[in-house]
Design a binder for this molecule. Structure first.
Ligand SMILES: [Zn+2]
Ligand SMILES: [Zn+2]
Length: 348
């Protein structure tokens, strides 16, 4: 099969022919249709996250069709459309797994990090961690739901029940969670890079009540904020913007150092917390909610061999919505675009 392979961190991916994977015990063999490109992939490639499996096929927002099953795998039939997320395996027996916190499993294995992922024509996955994809979401538009959507959903859930919600960084995750939060009747305030008029317009189109630069004194008294941008200097900004009792959730897996800040901006029972990974329950809940909103993901489409350009566009903030690799284009999939710069907007 064709695959985009990371041989060494801080090096570009290379297109290679590798052996087709064979499904092991409890695994499904999946023909990849689309794979979302996540900021976490960038952290793996750029060396911000240590010790990936090498060589590695990245990618953990995989939509594909079951093409075969290993011994004992009975959950899905050949031809079923499934999604494969970041959480690829847990031991089921550590103190976290036994208390409904498999996202913190001490021996967890993650797709596209410890396990080969979806920047390839085929992949294998433990069937217990796959999700059925709701009907009505085309392959390319479904892919970003699997991490941008799931992690965003977990982050939103952990903010409590905010009326006024701030979103810092308006990328793949925020563009999905903004729609869900507005659907739930929340007032969304979107913070982007200073001068990012296009990003601010995008947030307003998706239902945000206000969009502007982080630190704008016009906005304060938020009930909660989610930081999707991996910039530590936003933590004090967000703490200043939330009211007493408010929560700031850091949604990313990696963040630059947080500058020191005066205790008074945490005082008043403000909570600062991170979100790590996802549980299968998060996935089931979010994938049931997404069609009700309905969430419409906006995707920038690349061909499999353009994975490096997709990562580079993400690195430089040139992606509006979510970047997705179209791996085995099906007839209903929009054509891949050579430059990877035009948007394919999903019109339902
Ligand atoms: Zn465990
Ligand atoms: Zn991700």
């Amino acid at each position: 099969m064709r695959a985009m392979v990371l041989s060494e961190q801080r090096r570009p991916l290379t297109e290679r022919r590798v052996d087709d994977p064979a499904p092991g015990e409890g695994q499904v063999l999946v023909r990849v249709l689309a794979c979302g490109v996540c900021r976490t992939d960038l952290h793996v490639v750029d060396g911000d996250l240590p010790d990936p499996k090498l060589p590695l096929i990245p990618g953990h927002q995989i939509v594909g069709l079951v093409e075969g099953t290993g011994p004992g795998a009975e959950r899905f039939a050949v031809g079923d459309r499934v999604g494969i997320p970041w959480l690829g395996w847990t031991d089921g027996e550590c103190r976290y797994c036994r208390s409904g916190r498999e996202n913190l499993c001490e021996r967890a294995k993650f797709t596209g990090y410890d396990l080969d992922g979806g920047y390839a024509e085929l992949t294998v996955a433990d069937e217990r961690y796959c999700f059925p994809i709701p009907d009505g979401f085309p392959d390319l538009q479904a892919a970003p739901l699997l991490c941008a959507g799931l992690i965003g959903y977990r982050s939103l859930r952990l903010t409590g029940d905010p009326e006024r919600l701030g979103l810092y960084g308006f990328g793949a995750s925020a563009h999905i969670i903004c729609q869900l939060a507005v659907h739930q009747g929340r007032r969304v305030f979107a913070f982007t890079r200073e001068g990012d008029a296009e990003g601010q317009r995008f947030a307003l189109e998706l239902g945000a009540e206000w969009a502007g630069a982080a630190g704008d004194p016009e906005v304060g008294g938020l009930d909660a904020a989610i930081l999707f941008a991996p910039a530590g200097e936003l933590v004090p900004e967000a703490l200043r913007a939330v009211a007493p009792g408010g929560t700031v959730v850091c949604a990313g897996i990696h963040m630059s150092d947080i500058p020191s800040f005066p205790y008074e901006i945490l005082w008043g029972e403000r909570t600062l917390r991170s979100v790590a990974n996802l549980t299968r329950l998060d996935g089931e809940e979010f994938l049931a909610l997404a069609p009700q909103v309905p969430v419409r993901t906006q995707v920038q489409v690349y061909r499999l061999e353009e994975a490096d350009s997709a990562l580079d566009d993400l690195r430089h903030g040139r992606v509006r919505g979510a970047a997705v690799l179209s791996v085995a284009g099906r007839p209903e999939a929009p054509p891949a675009r050579g430059e990877g710069e035009e948007e394919a907007e999903w019109q339902m």
